[in-house]
Write a protein that binds this ligand. Structure first.
Ligand code: SAM
Ligand code: SF4
Length: 328
């Protein structure tokens, strides 16, 4: 039994949102105030998340990304990581985090089966970072960055490219890869911020980001990545690390998609841009057996939309919900 859609894509990767809560308020993700957080009882419990992951791993999912909201704000997240790492069917457990709360946990993360940490760092300038995140946490995030860089964990930096805000730092981020074995990934900004499309003067899409970089460097080597990679990757010759661009909004990577998402309240999403297909939490709380869950997952994945444009068109309204509720 496996998860296969009608376009022949095999699903092997789950993105699971641990919580919708966050200690930061990044401009591109959440409004400054007034974000509705759900009642605790509506969140999937760790036991439910463990079961969902186990059932999916029996259907061929071998990679899990834990995200949110900020996963480390949920109590006992570290213990959940430990229990998840006992699942032998999972080849990779990765975490996306803002890094503000994790500098004391890095030893533990190394001892569990954590493969890679994606650290969100949108500016290398303290003041600008604080404007973007609306919180005074640059020093602790940068401390996490330095500790992670020295650890055994693979480190990726997520940089959301924000028009008129941090595009002047794209080259500074690439220069970080000169002497550091890290992967910097530039992400196209999407309107998942609780409000919708932000007013911008220039669209910084994949093409513009790449042209900007090409104008600065004589040589850029493309890197062959896994077909399902979300980023298109490159290296500056002789630099230790790499950089990549994620065409999150232009959606040119959908034909190789191997992902599904489950939000912190249990909403199953076949695509980042769909409105959610069914609620796994309700199904479980109504007493579903593992076999019933498997059948539901298999049937649902079969109907995965061909790409993000079709998924968005089918939902009938433009995307605008906060990324913290979806699990980026
Ligand atoms: N709080 C964690 C963090 O910031 O890394 C995990 C959750 S966050 C929603 C996951 C990723 O989504 C982060 O790298 C964040 O930068 C990215 N993200 C959030 N809103 C976005 C948006 N509107 N467009 C593009 N990326 C976004
Ligand atoms: Fe929080 Fe991550 Fe969203 Fe920033 S991007 S507000 S850190 S969930």
């Amino acid at each position: 039994m496996e998860l296969l859609d009608k376009f022949g894509r095999k699903i092997t990767y789950l993105r699971l949102a641990i919580t919708d809560r966050c200690n930061l308020r990044c401009q591109y993700c959440m409004p400054a105030q007034g974000i509705d957080i759900v009642d605790r009882t509506e969140l999937l419990s760790y036991k439910e998340m463990f079961r969902i992951t186990r059932v999916l791993s029996e259907l061929g999912v071998n990679k899990v990304r834990l995200t949110g909201g900020e996963p480390f704000v949920r109590k006992d997240f570290i213990n959940f990581l430990e229990s998840l790492s006992f699942n032998d069917k999972l080849e990779e457990i990765n975490i996306t985090t803002n890094g503000a709360l994790i500098s004391n946990h890095i030893d533990k993360l190394e001892s569990y089966k954590i493969n890679a940490i994606n650290l969100s760092l949108d500016s290398l300038q303290k003041e600008k970072f604080e404007k973007i995140t609306r919180r005074d946490v640059f020093d602790s995030v940068y401390d996490t960055f330095e500790k992670l860089e020295k650890s055994n964990l693979k480190l990726k930096l997520n940089v959301v490219v924000q028009s008129g805000v941090n595009t002047d730092e794209i080259i500074d981020f690439i220069e970080l890869t000169k002497n550091k074995d890290i992967a910097v990934r530039f992400i196209e900004e999407m309107p998942f911020n609780g409000k919708g499309q932000r007013a911008i003067s220039e669209v910084w899409n994949f093409k513009k980001i790449l042209n900007h970089i090409k104008n600065q460097y004589a040589d850029i080597d493309p890197i062959l990545s896994k077909k399902s990679s979300t980023s298109v990757n490159y290296r500056i010759p002789n630099y230790q690390g790499t950089f990549g661009i994620i065409p999150a909004f232009t959606r040119t990577i959908c034909s190789d998609c191997d992902r599904i998402r489950i939000t912190s309240t249990g909403l199953f999403k076949n695509c980042l841009f769909d409105g959610g297909v069914f609620n796994v939490r309700d199904f479980i709380r109504n007493g579903a057996s593992d076999d019933e869950l498997k059948k539901l997952f298999i049937d649902t994945v079969h109907h995965k939309p061909e790409n993000g444009f079709i998924a968005e068109a089918a939902r009938g309204n433009a995307v605008s919900e906060s990324m913290s509720t979806i699990g980026g």
